[in-house]
Design a protein around this ligand. Structure first.
Ligand code: ARG
Length: 263
């Protein structure tokens, strides 16, 4: 009997806990995690003297929140902590120019892709005669940068395994280290690289590099089918009605400011 009571109490506690867990779903806020160092996807601007996170990912986040009738709350964090925060439920969605790669698919669910990003490698303009392809960078005396926890960090190890991989938390630091010659090259998402090359004439894109999990998708905690369906619905909508193209154009125009600021 005692045992039964104990089992029943713990069952009740579990139901109680499950109730708490659901609270976030039923609350009127949609908490989206991102790493706002990634123009034009997500970045900071000053609007009337106030810091604001914008970018086409954030416009998509707003469209998802609107669809759900929830208030959008953006949580800015380091890129490498996003997956953990999503799994422990402190954010509802991760929208961070995230590539749906196999390793991540084991721990979170991914929406459809909403943007076809590709990968590039950047070098200093002064080295343009030294390196013709990314294969020329696969030398042990070279240091190659990438954002910590990103697929670019994996790419560094895969495509230039002999070089020294330098992981940095923030995109602007990667560009800074490249310009000052602390690193010789960096793997960067192509649109981001284009933005930086425009704002910093000392650096350039050497070439695009091969990568199989192309495109970006929204990451969702595993098993939340309702959320996944809603996100996919919104992605279908914004892709077919031209909204996504507008979000991108607007973000690209705005981001000239952000990338220049980090000169
Ligand atoms: N697409 C790359 C990845 O998934 C890099 C994304 C970095 N995103 C950011 N907001 N800093 O690993």
């Amino acid at each position: 009997m005692k045992k039964l009571v104990a089992i029943m109490t713990s069952m009740l506690m579990l139901i109680g806990l499950a109730g708490c867990g659901n609270k976030q779903d039923s609350s009127n806020k949609l908490v989206v995690g991102t790493s706002a160092d990634f123009a034009p996807y997500e970045f900071h601007i000053l609007e009337e003297g106030k810091d604001k996170i914008v970018g086409f990912d954030m416009a998509l986040a707003q469209a998802i929140a609107d669809k759900m009738g929830k208030e959008l709350v953006i949580k800015d964090m380091s890129f490498e902590s996003i997956m953990i925060e999503l799994q422990n439920g402190s954010i509802d969605l991760a929208i961070a120019g995230m590539s749906p790669d196999e390793k991540r698919k084991k721990v979170v669910d991914f929406s459809k892709t909403y943007y076809e990003g590709s990968q590039s490698v950047m070098i200093n303009v002064k080295d343009k005669d030294k390196y013709k392809t990314y294969e020329d960078l696969n030398k042990k005396e070279l240091s190659i940068g990438a954002q910590t926890g990103s697929i670019q960090a994996d790419l560094t190890q895969k495509l230039t395994p002999n070089a020294k991989m330098v992981g940095l938390a923030q995109m602007p630091n990667i560009i800074m280290e490249l310009k000052t010659g602390k690193i010789d090259a960096a793997f960067v998402e192509t649109v981001i690289a284009e933005n930086y090359a425009k704002a910093h004439p000392e650096v350039m894109i050497l070439s695009e590099v091969p990568y199989e999990a192309q495109g970006n998708a929204v990451a969702i905690k595993k098993g939340n089918e309702e959320m996944l369906n809603t996100v996919n619905e919104v992605i279908d909508e914004v892709l077919s009605n031209g909204k996504m193209a507008e979000y991108i154009e607007e973000a690209v125009n705005l981001s000239a400011y952000d990338t220049a600021k980090n000169k």
